[in-house]
Structure formats: C-alpha cells, structure tokens
Write a protein that binds this ligand. Structure first.
Ligand code: UT7
Length: 378
C-alpha cells in the first residue's frame, strides 16, 4: 500500500514537486552547457573547481651507491644490473634512523614553496609508501607532526608503485569537491634497510633506492589547466608475485626465527611475470586516460612513467608511440623508489623547464598488482 502511494506521488506531482522537477531540469541543462558548473546546497550555483599540481619537488639522500659498490658485497656486476634494468646507481639513507617521513619533509617544504604557498595553507596530507617508518601509525601523521601542521588529516596510501597516482586521485577529488584546498601528496620510500644483500636476494636488491617526492595539489587558477584524468586499477591475483610476506598479522607469532632464516622479511618478486604485466597494463591505462580526456598521443609533451626498469619504459613508450625525448627516465641515477618515482620525475621535469604549458601523461604499475594513469595539463 505504502509503495503504491509512493508510486502515485511520483506519478502525479504536486505543485511543489513539479517546481522541483522544473528546477532540476534547468540545473541539468545548465550543467550540460557548462560541465564545470555544479549546484550547491539551497540552489546556489558554484563553479566546480579544477585541481592542479601547484608545486612539485623531491629529495634524495646524499649517499650514492653505485653498481660497483653493490658488487663488492654480493655476487653481481655493473654489467648485469645496467643491461637488465638501466640502473647505474641509487641513493641510500646516510645512516640508520632516517624514515620515509624524514625524507618527505624537505620535498614537502620545497613543493609548498614552489606552489607559492605557506605550510600553514596545507589542509590535508596523503602519504603513499610501502616502507612506512613503523608498522603503525602511518607515516602521514609522522610527517604532519614533523611539518608542524596543526591537526590536519593525514591519510596513508598503500598502493606501492602506483601509490602516488592513487594519492593524486584522492587529492583531486578532495580539491574538486571543496573538501580541502591544499593537499600535500607524498611518495616516499626507504628501501635500503629492507633488502637482501646476499646472492638469494640480488635480483631484487639491486633495483631499489631511497627517495621522496611531493606535490601540492590545490585549486587551478586556470580551469583549462590541471588534473584532467586519473584512472586506477588493481588485480590482487598477482599479490604474491611481488610482496614482503612477513611479518604477517594472519600468523601468530607474526614473525619467527624460521621466517627470518627463510628471508620472508625481504621483498620477493617473480620478475619476469611482473615485467610482462607492466608492459601490458601501463600502455592500457595510458590509453584509458587519453580516451577520457579526448586527447591523443600526439598531444603529449612529457611522459613520466614509473621507474621500475628502463626496458619496461622503452617497451611502454614504443607501444604508445611516444618518442624517447619526451620520456622522463631517471632510473639510471635513482633506481626504483616505488611510490616516489613519479613525483621525483615530475620534479626533475619541472627543474628542467619541461612542465611549462606542457600536457603530461603518467603511468605506473607495481605490487598488488596495482596500476594507474594520469593526465595533467600544466
Ligand atoms: O616497481 C615494481 C615493479 N617491478 C618490476 O617491474 C620489475 C620487473 N622485472 C624485471 O625488471 C626483471 O625481471 C629483472 C631485472 C628483475 C630481472 O631480469 P630477468 O631477466 O628476469 O632475470 P632473472 O631474474 O631471470 O635472472 C637471470 C639470471 C639468473 O641466473 P641463471 O639462473 O640464468 O643462471 C639469476 O640468478 O641472472 C641471475 N641474477 C643475477 N646475476 C647478477 C639475478 N640477479 C642478479 C644480479 N646480478 N643482481
């Protein structure tokens, strides 16, 4: 009976309801005319905000570790590492006691400065890392405290190599919706304290480096510029192809001497399988953001791919038909810094003057599996 009444009410609108229908129709037509306009509460119309990367910066520790250095502590060679990955050297923290949140501090300060803002303007943090300072709390709150930001929210993102783009998507939505005005998106990693520098772990240990990158995401002063699209994906069927199995909360105790002896506290990777997925999924998600924005590869000025392996990036660029001079590759100097690779790449592109009026494409693939793409107009 109640259902019937509801249906009748919907079918025979009252005057008030009719007015609402007309109002909704007018608002719908206005939105179609101007997709940037959205209606706020009480019928007030406000412009939907476009989010943008207002400033980007990076920080890497000063300690340079070359392939030659690694070959002194385990059976490997500059030739093997460079031929397979394109890496010549990476940065490691100078001494024990420096966490992902510490590396993030200078990157964040400079990103805010480059955006022409003050730290006091930051009203939220999104911190992407797979190497948090401690198991809990997240590195976001540690960074919040180190930056002296009074009680701003700090969200931790655990999406590994795609973490920065996952974080960017959150900041984009927050800024667009008006929830926050200036969001720090951080990718920061300390890998060097957790790698297996023996023959058993050499296929993975030679790839990773420490470093941090940060972007201040805020309201774009020009609606034509800013974050145009971010696309995210995951497939957990690949979780065990690249992971650190221990310590694990599903086991009691979470870690045992036996697990330590087996090296389960170190990253384990099925390199060939991860490589195959990366060269398939990165072009796929790049094409997805291009289709979403109505742009083509010819419109792209700069391509900032995740830095897992130079060979992967060469495959991806070739698959997308992006010429080499448009691709930012710095893996040779920094190795794979997972969540930090993309903000470091963006920051170096900024420093080289490449971001000015540039249309920038980015894509990442990594542990999870997770993969993501973004298109940003500077
Ligand atoms: O950001 C996260 C996403 N990660 C990736 O996308 C990484 C994707 N995978 C890769 O980049 C490649 O698989 C690697 C660079 C990690 C490895 O290259 P690979 O051609 O798959 O090498 P492999 O692991 O199959 O090893 C080949 C050989 C083996 O020796 P045998 O069995 O052929 O005698 C390894 O034991 O190379 C040996 N090897 C090494 N030799 C010298 C493995 N690591 C090393 C090393 N130095 N560091």
């Amino acid at each position: 009976m109640r259902l019937t009444l509801l249906r009748q009410a919907a079918f025979f609108p009252t005057r008030g309801r009719l007015a609402a229908v007309v109002r909704n129709f007018k608002q719908f037509s206005a939105r179609r005319r101007n997709p940037l306009k959205r209606d706020g509460p009480l019928g007030m119309t406000r412009r939907m905000r476009r989010a943008h990367i207002l400033g980007v910066a990076h920080y890497v520790p000063s300690r340079v570790v070359t392939n030659e250095d690694l070959s002194k502590i385990m059976p490997t060679s500059d030739d093997w590492i460079f031929q397979r990955s394109g890496i010549r050297e990476r940065r490691f923290i100078e001494h024990s006691g420096i966490g992902a949140s510490d590396l993030a501090v200078p990157a964040c300060k400079q990103a805010v400065e480059r955006a022409g803002r003050d730290l006091a303007d930051v009203d939220a943090i999104v911190f992407a890392t797979l190497s948090p300072d401690v198991m809990f709390p997240g590195s976001g709150v540690l960074l919040q405290n180190k930056l002296g930001l009074e009680s701003v929210p700090a969200l931790d993102v655990r999406n590994q190599c795609s973490g920065f783009l996952y974080g960017l998507s959150v900041a984009n939505a927050w800024v667009q919706s008006g929830a926050y005005d200036n969001v720090l998106v951080v990718g920061s990693e300390v890998h060097s304290t957790g790698l297996d520098f023996t023959e058993r772990g050499r296929a993975v240990a030679v790839l990773f480096g420490d470093g941090a990158g940060a972007a201040l995401v805020g309201v774009s002063p020009d609606p034509e510029k800013g974050i145009r699209s971010v696309k995210l994906h995951s497939d957990g069927s690949g979780a065990e192809e690249l992971w650190i199995p221990a310590p694990m909360s599903k086991n009691e105790p979470r870690i045992t001497h036996e697990m330590l002896d087996q090296g389960l506290q170190y990253p384990h990777m099925n390199g060939k399988q991860v490589f195959r997925w990366a060269v398939e999924k990165m072009p796929e998600v790049a094409r997805e953001v291009l289709a979403d924005t109505g742009l083509t590869v010819a419109d792209i000025d700069v391509f900032v791919p995740h830095q897992a392996n130079l060979r992967i990036n060469q495959f991806v660029a070739a698959a997308l038909d992006i010429p080499e001079h448009k691709v930012v590759n710095n893996i040779g100097r920094f190795g794979n810094t997972t969540a930090a690779t993309i903000p470091i790449g963006l920051s170096e592109a900024f420093e080289a003057g490449k971001l000015e009026n540039a249309t920038v494409l980015s894509a990442a693939f990594g542990s999870g599996y997770t993969w993501a793409g973004a298109l940003i107009r500077f």
